[in-house]
Design a protein around this ligand. Structure first.
Ligand code: NAI
Length: 328
C-alpha cells in the first residue's frame, strides 16, 4: 500500500474548512486510491469546534482517509507535510486599517513560513487561500529560506473558475468549451480576467463575444466583485466554491494541467509580462508534476496592459507595506 500524502489545512474549523476537509478526505485531490492524512491547524480557541468537525469526518468513514492530526502548533501540525493549504487568516475587523490587516496576517504567515521551513517534507507545495492571499504567500515564502520560492502559490483559481462560468453563460457554451482563461494580478477587486487570450469552442473569446461594453461594464466587475455579491446574497462569504477552487488548484499543480489549456495561479514573478520580479502575481501557467511554468508570448493589448499594470501596482504597494513592517 502507498504511504499517505500528508495534507495540512490551516483555519480548518472555519467556513472553507467545513467544505474543504470533506472533499479532501473523499479523495477529490489525488483520487480515491491515494490515501490522505489530514493535518489540521487552528488557533487554540477554535480547537473545540475543530474537534466537532473531526467527529463528523470520522462519521463519514472515508475509505481513503489514513488519519487526522489536529493542533495549534504549526511545528507539530506541519511535520512532514507534502501539501500545505493555508486557508486560515485574520479577517478585517471593524475599524481595522489596511496596515493593521497586513500586520495581523503578517504575524500568522511569518510563523507558518518558518514552521514549514523547519518541518515540512522536502517535496512540500504550499497554496495560500487566506486573504490577502498574494501578499500572505509573499510573507510565507520570504520566511522559508530553504524552500524554493516556486513551491508557493496564492489562489486565483476561484476567480478563474468564476470567469469561465460567466463567459460560458454569456456565450451559451459549456464550461468545458472554454479554454485558456487567465486571471492576471492580485486576488482583489483590481484583478484582471483576460478573455483576449481565451477561446470558446476554439474561437477567440473576445471575438466570439464582440462586445467591449459587456467586457468592461459587466464581465470584469462581475468576476472581480463576485465575493461581495455572494456575501450580499448568502449572508456569508463564499466557502464551498473557495474550497472547490483550492482543490482544483492543488490537484492541477500536483498532477498537471490539461493538454492545450492552462490555469491561473499567483506565483512569484520572474519579470514576465513586465510584472516586477519577486512579487506574487497571478499568471497563466501550465503545470506538470508539481512544477508550474508561466505561459510566455501571449499578446497583451493596450486595454489588457492598463488593467494588468493597475493590479500589479496594488501588489507592489502591498509588498512595500509589508517590507516597511519588517515582515519580508
Ligand atoms: P473563517 O473566518 O470562517 O475561518 C478562518 C479560520 O482560520 C478560523 O476558524 C480561524 O480560527 C482560523 N485561523 C485564524 N488564525 C489562524 C492561525 N494563525 N492558524 C490557524 N488557523 C487560524 O474564514 P473562511 O470563510 O474559511 O475564509 C478563510 C480565508 O480565505 C479568509 O481570509 C478569506 O478572505 C479567504 N478567502 C479567499 C478566497 C480566494 O479566492 N483566495 C476566496 C474566499 C475566501
Amino acid at each position: 500500500s502507498t504511504s499517505p500524502v500528508k495534507v495540512a489545512v490551516t483555519g480548518a474549523a472555519g467556513q472553507i474548512g467545513y467544505s474543504l476537509l470533506f472533499r479532501l478526505a473523499n479523495g477529490d485531490l489525488l483520487g480515491k486510491d491515494t490515501p490522505i492524512e489530514l493535518r489540521l491547524l487552528e488557533i487554540e480557541p477554535a480547537l473545540k469546534t475543530l474537534e466537532g468537525v473531526v467527529m463528523e469526518i470520522d462519521d463519514c468513514a472515508f475509505p481513503g482517509l489514513a488519519g487526522v492530526v489536529t493542533g495549534s502548533d504549526p511545528r507539530k501540525v506541519f511535520d512532514g507535510v507534502n501539501l500545505a493549504l493555508l486557508v486560515g487568516a485574520r479577517p478585517r475587523g471593524p475599524g481595522m486599517e489596511r496596515g493593521d490587516l497586513l500586520e495581523a496576517n503578517g504575524a500568522i504567515f511569518t510563523a507558518q513560513g518558518k514552521a514549514l521551513n523547519e518541518v515540512a517534507a522536502d517535496d512540500v507545495r504550499i497554496g495560500v487561500t487566506g486573504n490577502p492571499a498574494n501578499t500572505n504567500a509573499l510573507i510565507a515564502l520570504s520566511n522559508a529560506p530553504d524552500i524554493p520560492h516556486e513551491r508557493f502559490s496564492a489562489l486565483t483559481r476561484l476567480d478563474h473558475n468564476r470567469a469561465i462560468s460567466q463567459l460560458a453563460a454569456k456565450t451559451g457554451a459549456a464550461v468545458t468549451d472554454i479554454k485558456q482563461m487567465t486571471i492576471w494580478g492580485n486576488h482583489s477587486a483590481t484583478q484582471y480576467p483576460d478573455i483576449f487570450n481565451a477561446t470558446v469552442g476554439g474561437t477567440n473569446a473576445a471575438e466570439a463575444v464582440g462586445d467591449q461594453e459587456w467586457l468592461e461594464s459587466t464581465f470584469i466587475p462581475t468576476v472581480a466583485k463576485r465575493g461581495a455579491a455572494i456575501i450580499d446574497a448568502r449572508g456569508s462569504s463564499s466557502a464551498a466554491s473557495a474550497a472547490s477552487a483550492t482543490i482544483d488548484a492543488a490537484r492541477d499543480w500536483l498532477t498537471g494541467s490539461a493538454e492545450g489549456d492552462w490555469v491561473s495561479m499567483a506565483v512569484v514573478s520572474d519579470g514576465s509580462y513586465g510584472v516586477p520580479e519577486g512579487i506574487v502575481s497571478s499568471f497563466p501557467v501550465t503545470t506538470s508534476g508539481g512544477d508550474w511554468t508561466i505561459v510566455e508570448g501571449l499578446d497583451v493589448n493596450d486595454f489588457s496592459r492598463g488593467r494588468i499594470d493597475a493590479s500589479v501596482a496594488e501588489l507592489t504597494e502591498e509588498r512595500d507595506a509589508v517590507k516597511g513592517l519588517g515582515l519580508i
